[in-house]
Design a protein around this ligand. Structure first.
Ligand code: SAM
Ligand code: SF4
Length: 458
């Protein structure tokens, strides 16, 4: 993929004085769930009129509600290794950080971490590692994935392992595919080439072109479920958002299926990195809310992932505006779930609530916490997933599976307070979300859960 930086900068300039009527037209278009052109997203990002910004947010809420309902998918990251040969200036794991405590999980430790994550109630793991193929080889990562899938806690297993790893070569991507990964995530960090060069002075990550073409390699290796992202705070947020959308459009145009998810991390303090050194490009909370709303409208069918880098109050607001997946109860150091702080974490976590606390807060606001992984396991991914999604038929699976996985969580892992609030929510949502036939199915599966069966889905 070649990114036309001049075109993006030009669009930002050209759309600075777009008329009110044009903004209203774009908002109306987005309400029909039509993906926006990059120029239209630029116009929305440039809009400063408080009333219109409010309308953009309202539209984003409506689109989110229509496409995703009240479901909120939850996951936990597992850091496999904090060894790294790169020197990304913003990251605690960079090689030049000589005095941090580094750790590569052994396979036994991977199993222990998986057990700890399972015991909190999670069913999805995002496996994360620094880049050091000598210390943490692809074959080793594959063994770690196999280990994670094998661990069983009272009939509960991790049902989906997504990965966030450095760009791999074709044969290694095929190994990942064969290891049954869910999404292959990779954030470009900063699309502005000059800034990219400054932030990545050495190591393989220095190669901008290799990083930006990773998803072509993924599709060629049979991985059609990919997650893109940008690290906000390194360069102008409008430029970076439009570049991110250009990457999504490129993949959609070329392969007929765009990214499954977009991640939107913001810079956090980290070992050996003073975040105030980047204050020029700090994205404020208000700007962040607008970005999430514009992304929701621009790519309505792409999941938006928010991590525990953000504080609880802001997470609550962003969830309303378009975020569809949240990490919860996260640790960013290898081994952090069993032995916190033995190794150095990647960055500072702002939302330190447990999974149970996050779920309780979501349920209070009427959100349906979902641990569903059924699409991927029923081979509804890539093009077939998008076809279901775009015709609205995905609800037939998501709502009942969301309710079923939430029920399983409540009986196995929830605190008494969360359990009673959650059960009340399920009873409230059943008539709203399920047909008579689905209600019957839900009730019969719930009875089987009560009798000890697990992992029933449609
Ligand atoms: N090492 C691989 C890579 O760089 O692609 C894999 C993942 S890296 C451990 C995960 C992500 O953390 C990076 O892509 C980056 O966006 C993010 N990250 C690094 N330092 C951060 C910081 N100080 N604050 C917030 N996010 C950060
Ligand atoms: Fe290494 Fe990734 Fe951190 Fe860069 S962001 S130093 S590649 S772990």
């Amino acid at each position: 993929m070649m990114l036309d930086e001049n075109k993006i900068s030009g669009l930002i300039e050209e759309t600075k004085r777009v008329k009110k009527d044009e903004i209203i037209r774009i908002i109306k278009k987005s309400m029909e769930f039509k993906p926006l052109e990059i120029s239209e997203a630029a116009a929305l990002l440039n809009c400063e009129d408080a009333g219109l910004v409010n309308d953009i947010k309202k539209a984003a809420k409506a689109v989110k509600e229509k496409i995703y309902g009240r479901r909120m998918v939850l996951f936990a990251p597992m850091y496999l290794s904090n060894y790294c040969v790169n020197n990304c200036s913003y990251c605690g794991f960079k090689q030049s950080n000589k005095d941090i405590s580094r750790k590569n999980l052994t396979l036994d430790e991977v199993a222990e971490e998986t057990l700890n994550i399972l015991k909190s109630g999670h069913k999805r793991i995002l496996l994360v590692a620094g880049e050091d193929l000598k210390k943490c080889s692809v074959d080793y990562i594959v063994k770690a994935i196999e280990t994670i899938y094998k661990v069983d806690y009272k009939g509960n297993k991790i049902r989906r392992v997504n990965v966030n790893l450095a760009p791999l070569e074709h044969d290694d991507l095929v190994k990942m595919k064969n290891a049954n990964i869910g999404t292959y995530q990779l954030f470009h960090e900063v699309f502005h080439r000059e800034t990219y060069a400054k932030m990545h002075p050495s190591g393989p990550k220095k190669d901008y072109d290799k990083r930006i073409s990773i998803f072509d390699k993924c599709y060629q290796a049979g991985i059609d479920d990919v997650g893109i992202g940008v690290l906000y705070g390194l360069y102008d947020y409008k430029f970076e958002t439009l570049a991110l959308l250009s990457q999504a459009k490129y993949l959609d145009d070329k392969y007929g299926v765009g990214p499954h998810t977009i991640s939107i991390p913001r810079l956090e303090p980290a070992a050996g990195f003073d975040v105030s050194s980047m204050s020029k490009y700090r994205m404020t909370d208000d700007e962040f809310k607008k970005v999430v709303a514009v992304l929701r409208l621009a790519v309505p069918y792409t999941g938006i992932i928010l991590s525990t880098r953000e504080n609880p109050a802001l997470r609550d607001e962003l969830v309303e505006l378009g975020v569809s997946q949240l990490s919860a109860g996260s640790k960013t150091e290898p081994g952090g779930y069993g032995k916190p702080r033995e190794a150095t974490g990647q960055f500072v976590v702002s939302d330190e609530r447990s999974l149970d606390e996050v779920i309780s807060a979501l349920a209070d606001k009427g959100f349906l916490p979902s641990f569903c992984t059924s699409c991927y396991r029923s081979l509804r991914t890539g093009e077939s997933f998008m076809a279901l999604s775009k015709t609205g038929h995905i609800h037939e699976f998501c709502d009942i599976n969301g309710l079923l996985t939430f029920y399983e969580y409540l009986i196995d892992f929830a605190s008494p307070k969360t359990r009673s609030a959650g059960m009340r929510l399920i009873e409230k949502l059943k008539p709203e979300l399920l047909s008579a036939e689905q209600t019957e199915r839900f009730n019969s599966y719930a009875a089987r859960f009560d009798a000890g069966e697990r992992d029933l889905y449609v």
